[in-house]
Design a protein around this ligand. Sequence first.
Ligand SMILES: N=CN[C@@H](CCC(=O)O)C(=O)O
Ligand SMILES: [Zn+2]
Length: 427
Amino acid sequence: MKYDLILENIGQLLTMDYEKEGPLCGKDMNELIVLENKALAIADGRIALIGSNEEASEWKAEKRIDCEGKLVTPGLIDPHTHLVFAGSREHEMGLKQQGVPYLEILKQGGGILSTVKATRAASEAELYEKAAGHLDRMLSYGMTTVEAKSGYGLNGETELKQLRTAKKLNTEHAAEVVSTFLGAHAIPSEHKHQPDVFLEEMVQLLDVIEKEELAQFVDIFCETGVFSIEQSRVFLSKAKQKGFKVKIHADEIDPLGGAELASELGAVSAEHLVGTSDEGIKQLAEKGVIACLLPGTSFYLSKPDHAKARKMLEEGVAVTLATDFNPGSCPTENLQLIMAFAAVMYKMTSKEIWNAVTVNAAYAIGLGGIRGIIAPMKQADLVIWDAGNYEYIPYHFGVNHAKAVIKKGDIVFEKGDHREPSTLSIT
Ligand SMILES: N=CN[C@@H](CCC(=O)O)C(=O)O
Ligand SMILES: [Zn+2]
């Protein structure tokens, strides 16, 4: 047998605990399988074998990579992004510095609504080109699978344009894109006084979204001045009736009880959770709703409060971490930076952080047990890091440590691609 690719001389290999079912929680989140001095073989885009370097010297392959004693992990998974949009919002930085709150900017027709204006005006080709650029950068940071929410259309035409763009990226780009319909992201100005009419319009889109397979998940921004708990309950219940899995932007700014609603509805995940009550945390644990935490957003919005990650972990909530990449509250594609934020702001351990961005992130986007692990016969989505151990990635922050990124067995990024000298020896 001749393999397509062999990675040799792996210093640390994080396979993750691929035998456990379901997202990791409790003390399982703080456990990591670290194999040392290993080699692995890839065939037909899948992991074929894991063995010692001595064994690997007997294996035959088209191509071999000497990992030089470095760390190899599953590709990172980002379970919460707003990938597809037009324009940018750097002009809001000054307003924020003057103390204008995020929701006040939105109320004045800026914020999300300013991105809606730009996105409505953009062609599908323009959206595609811009999102592909962001996705290139994500891939270069080791992110091999990314969730992408719509929500900058707020009308049928543009929401579908965003979702079709994401679907095309999933087909054509090396990274994998999982779509979420977030039509209920804000109230568009034309429906300012009729939010329920607007929500019904978004419900009407679900049939075509299902027919064209444009999204697996439906999400809503449940927040003061956006959608209430009751509106969110009605909207998400209708989505569930149509067979969609649901997520909620919950308790991001005001503690409205979004976590409790996510638990009541059996949502796959609740996102943000900065203001979530202790009761809300208990319910997330009880109902097995994954907490998708976004420390980059708390950092960027300069919030004094952060999600109570330690409390969630102690209560047995399965936690994942995401960039929340978007043009307003968190313009970064760098999940490695978010890992550092989680260490500093949430006091999560390196082990918890690695489980959060691999195993649990996969469960949060419907790919549990399929992505975010390195196991025989599973898809070969891997990162070779320019670091000798897993603790180094959340520690040395703000720079890119990915040395090479492999998606479905293909090398899709190497450090040298970006005019940085590659030290990886590929023969
Ligand atoms: N909070 C709602 N949505 C995004 C921000 C979107 C924007 O500001 O453009 C979030 O998750 O942070
Ligand atoms: Zn978001």
